[in-house]
Design a protein around this ligand. Structure first.
Ligand SMILES: Nc1nc(=O)c2c([nH]1)NC[C@@H]1CN(c3ccc(C(=O)N[C@@H](CCC(=O)O)C(=O)O)cc3)CN21
Ligand SMILES: CC(C)C(=O)C(=O)O
Ligand SMILES: [Mg+2]
Length: 317
């Protein structure tokens, strides 16, 4: 088995750069962002960068697959079962980052700075970001917030750590925002979202996630920013889109009893029901004596060797 994350014959694929993202925005080619939280989910992303046999796929001039692989702090909820993203520690985040980095080599690797790692001081934020790069093997970090995170964004960008902003619905502030609520619905709130995005650009951010705002606002902001905007629940006129991988696979990990999730979610797969069916089928097969099957799932031993083994055991008794 190859361990380099690609099949042994294929040449290594070129890693996506910030320059590539800027070119995509300029050409109005939507930027694709998807989360990963472990090795298999990273490998699913890496697989999307491979040419599709038999299909001509994307034009050769365009990079294939997922442009940015986000190790989002939503993994706290979807992969760890925490109540909110705010319970995730930096050490836990680092563990997930390292697993993702082993599986995904073509996409730009981006990680959320976890809640509480940058609130007390700029120094704390810089230290946390450096750990995500050095120990977590990330290329860039994402930071939720506006005005209040600008000093940190300036520090990191001048230190050579690329920063993606995150405005609109910022889940780390869900308590202050009284829940996961759409932002930018009033003149004041819309103005705030725009000012935050613009200020992040001025502070050096290479892009900004805009979450759960009316699409007209997201488009208005996208048209006025030079850097790419990545929307989630922000309509089709942002420079790109992001979803949580387990959501779009249809795993329903933290979506509650209804399993429906936020309005902006589209399920591109039905993995949850398939996985649950498979577990039940396994139970039935074991209980019903249908698994494992002799000769198919078993290792052979010659009769001669087995007889010799039995004699050896008898001799010892
Ligand atoms: N599985 C998962 N997917 C996510 O996208 C996600 C998480 N978890 N956890 C962290 C945050 C929380 N997010 C959320 C969670 C809920 C809504 C939601 O229910 N929104 C309502 C709008 C409520 C309103 O303002 O009226 C909706 O109906 O879409 C939105 C974003 C996005 N992030
Ligand atoms: C949904 C994206 C933008 C995110 O921040 C996360 O997955 O944590
Ligand atoms: Mg996040």
């Amino acid at each position: 088995m190859s361990t380099d994350g690609a099949s042994s014959s294929a040449p290594p694929r070129k890693k996506r750069t910030i320059l590539d993202l800027q070119a995509l925005k300029r050409k109005k080619v939507p930027i694709t962002v998807l989360t990963a939280h472990d090795y298999p989910s990273a490998r699913f992303i890496e697989a999307a960068a491979a040419p599709v046999p038999g299909a001509d796929g994307a034009p050769a001039s365009l990079p294939r697959g997922i442009d940015i692989c986000l190790v989002g702090d939503s993994l706290a909820m979807v992969a760890c079962g925490y109540e909110s993203t705010n319970q995730l520690s930096l050490d836990e985040m680092l563990y997930h980052c390292r697993s993702v980095a082993r599986g995904c080599t073509t996409s730009l690797l981006l990680a959320d700075l976890p809640f509480g790692t940058y609130a007390a001081s700029v120094e704390d934020g810089v230290r946390a970001a450096v750990r995500l790069v050095q120990e977590g093997r990330m290329d860039a970090v994402k930071i939720e917030g506006g005005q209040e995170v600008l000093p940190l964004v300036r520090h990191l960008t001048s230190a050579g750590i690329p920063v993606m902003g995150h405005v609109g619905l910022t889940p780390q502030r869900q308590a202050s925002l009284s829940g996961y609520r759409v932002q930018g619905k009033t003149v004041e709130s819309a103005t705030q979202v725009y000012r935050d995005a613009l200020a992040l650009q001025d502070a050096g951010a290479f892009g900004v996630v805009i979450e759960a705002v009316p699409s007209a606002l997201a488009q208005w902001i996208t048209d006025r920013l030079a850097i790419p905007t990545i929307g989630i629940g922000a309509g089709m006129h942002t420079s790109g889109q992001v979803l949580v991988q387990l959501d779009m696979l249809g795993v329903d990990s933290d979506l509650g009893a209804s399993g429906k999730g936020p309005r902006f979610l589209r399920k591109f797969g039905d993995v949850g029901p398939h996985a649950r069916d498979a577990v039940r089928a396994y139970v039935d097969a074991v209980r019903g004596g249908e698994f494992p099957v002799e000769g198919q799932h078993t290792y052979p031993m010659s009769d001669e060797t087995f007889q010799a083994f039995c004699h050896a055991m008898e001799a010892k008794q």
